[in-house]
Write a protein that binds this ligand. Structure first.
Ligand SMILES: *[C@@H]1O[C@H](CO)[C@@H](O)[C@H](O)[C@H]1NC(C)=O
Ligand SMILES: *[C@@H]1O[C@H](CO)[C@@H](O)[C@H](O)[C@H]1NC(C)=O
Ligand SMILES: *[C@@H]1O[C@H](CO)[C@@H](O)[C@H](O)[C@H]1NC(C)=O
Ligand SMILES: *[C@@H]1O[C@H](CO)[C@@H](O)[C@H](O)[C@H]1NC(C)=O
Ligand SMILES: *[C@@H]1O[C@H](CO)[C@@H](O)[C@H](O)[C@H]1NC(C)=O
Ligand SMILES: *[C@@H]1O[C@H](CO)[C@@H](O)[C@H](O)[C@H]1NC(C)=O
Length: 369
């Protein structure tokens, strides 16, 4: 329910792609997702992304101010964990509090793709209904599979949706996800555990491979249905952004260059670079040693809907500078050296030395050195 490895995210995308009922995609590894239902932007600040976790009540003013600096943020289920229910409402209220500070910040709220959770009223309403035991994955002895745990002063029950049941699919799509779609303040959903129910379940009995695959495949169908319904409400899915890995100081020149070339081929699809689970630094920005190189890499490779997952504090100089718009595609003038000219800056990353430069045209003042 918390952290997926980058690898898992990638394999998930492949699964979703093959199960998708939306139109075919121009690039084979692309998620079958339409572009976000809002205009693209090259404004750097609006191209930042961050995800927010634990808080007993709503986030304090400091967290709120940090969140509201970003273009896109996600709010986790553990926001307002002091309350054992009503997560549909509290997440939307938290979204409203962020947008009150900055109406331009787009806010995604948490829903879990595999778990029925009693902290959501839409979950609790069906989890204890004796006529709905066939809505959930069961233990071999026929009782409901239940990863229960204590949060604060209450019990959080975690059942696993049995998405093979069409009534579950309808409810998951129309009520559980739907409760986010019909909130005007919410921009989309962060679908956690979208890769299937067996990734994190620590006490699962030995279900057969065929059973696991059937439940996981059905979950992908539910997710695609939810995705399509969301789009009708102009809501997006966090999972729409692909997460290629970004160069770092430990890369050999060849590996760094390979990552850059891969990223550059993804210009026309939505990407987070660095992505939430693939190369972003979760520390204060001053401690993120690769940050200047990664911002240069982002400006070199980025396309219309790209996002930069930020460190844990705000790098004002890097994220609020007006770089203008790209004047050309990225190119590699000499081996392993990547350059792109923008209207207000030129970004360069030399993978041979892992030295970068973002040179502003007006003042010629470098952003990152
Ligand atoms: C947080 O901000 C609100 C609105 O500006 C203000 O009313 C409140 O006093 C602040 N809370 C703290 C603890 O500073
Ligand atoms: C069913 O199996 C689960 C998992 O082994 C166990 O925790 C539970 O107590 C069992 N329930 C009954 C009624 O036997
Ligand atoms: C879930 O697990 C908790 C803790 O073991 C237990 O108290 C509760 O009765 C279980 N609920 C169901 C429906 O299995
Ligand atoms: C939003 O959706 C939920 C779940 O389907 C429903 O209970 C609620 O009444 C809806 N609210 C509005 C304002 O449509
Ligand atoms: C599940 O399978 C593993 C590996 O085969 C085995 O070690 C374990 O005892 C099995 N657990 C149960 C509950 O059957
Ligand atoms: C370049 O920067 C200047 C000054 O910061 C700004 O006024 C201008 O709009 C920028 N140009 C573009 C194309 O964004």
């Amino acid at each position: 329910m918390h952290f997926l490895a980058a690898l898992i995210v990638l394999s998930t995308q492949l699964i979703i792609r093959t199960q998708c009922e939306l139109g075919p995609c121009p690039i084979s590894w692309r998620l079958p997702c339409p572009l976000p239902p809002w205009p693209p932007t090259y404004n750097m600040q609006l191209s930042t992304q961050q995800y927010f976790y634990s808080s007993e009540g709503f986030y304090n003013n400091q967290t709120l101010a940090f969140a509201a600096l970003h273009g896109v943020v996600g709010i986790d289920w553990i926001n307002h964990f002091g309350l054992p229910n009503h997560r549909e409402e509290t997440l939307a209220q938290q979204a409203a509090l962020i947008k009150a500070v900055n109406p331009k910040t787009r806010v995604f709220v948490y829903r879990n793709a595999e778990l029925a959770l009693n902290i959501y009223d839409t979950g609790a309403k069906v989890m204890y209904d004796p006529t709905k035991t066939d809505w959930f994955v069961l233990y071999p002895n026929g009782t409901i599979y239940n990863d229960s745990r204590m949060i604060d002063h209450y019990r959080q029950d975690q059942f696993c949706w049995d998405h093979r049941n069409s009534a579950v699919q309808d409810y998951f799509v129309n009520s559980y996800a739907g409760s986010a779609f019909n909130q005007s303040i919410v921009d989309g959903i962060f679908y956690d555990d979208d890769g299937g129910i067996w990734q994190e379940r620590h006490n699962y009995p030995n279900y057969t491979e065929a059973y696991r695959q059937a439940v996981d495949a059905a979950q992908q169908v539910s997710l695609n249905r939810a995705w399509e319904l969301g789009l009708k409400y102009k809501k997006h899915a966090w999972q729409a952004w692909l997460t290629p890995s970004i160069p770092n100081i430990k890369d050999t020149p060849a590996r760094c260059a390979e990552k850059m070339r891969t990223a550059m081929t993804m210009k026309n699809v939505p990407v987070t670079f660095p992505g939430m689970y693939s190369g972003s630094c979760s520390a204060a920005w001053e401690l993120c040693k690769d940050l200047p190189q990664q911002l240069a890499a982002f400006l070199i490779a980025r396309g219309d809907y790209w996002l930069f997952f930020t460190p844990n504090t705000w790098w004002k100089e890097g994220f609020e500078t007006d770089y203008g718009v790209p004047l050309e595609d990225a190119h590699e003038p000499t081996p392993n050296v990547f350059v792109r000219k923008w209207s207000n800056a030129t970004a360069k990353l030399d993978c041979n030395t892992f030295v970068s430069a973002i040179t502003l045209h007006s003042s010629a003042k470098p952003v990152d050195q």
